[in-house]
Design a protein around this ligand. Sequence first.
Ligand code: HEM
Length: 114
Amino acid sequence: MLSRIIRADEGVLGVRVYHMLNLGVLWLTPVALVSPPPLTSICDTIIALAFPIHGHIGMNYVLTDYVPKVFGKGARGPARVIMLGVTTATTAGLLKLNMDGPGVTGALKALWTK
Ligand code: HEM
């Protein structure tokens, strides 16, 4: 299970889940921005999980392509483990923003509201 999450650009996760997430975040982001308060929190929770997972799979594609070229084949595994750490920290940060702060959407809206 953990090895599947670490090698996130392979199998069902790398193809099906990734494509669904690509479309999902595309629709979810504008919907979250215009949604009324109760719905905003639901969107915020989904975003806090969907963005990091989307970024994690996308970055694993990037790591697969470039890490062997730059650092050698042996560096691919450690790079993927580091990426999992980054994804875990990002998810925790976004969830904390939702629970203790203005939420993901609120933080984004704060760019243009007082
Ligand atoms: C509205 C939000 C977003 C949309 C609509 C979106 C959409 C996409 C799409 C369509 C792709 C290309 C997928 C493919 O190659 O088949 C992609 C790739 C990627 N996205 Fe996002 N994305 C969003 C947010 C994010 C966020 C927040 C992150 C970071 C956490 C992120 C990280 C990445 C990465 C790393 C890739 C892979 C780039 C590559 O393969 O060269 N995206 N995204």
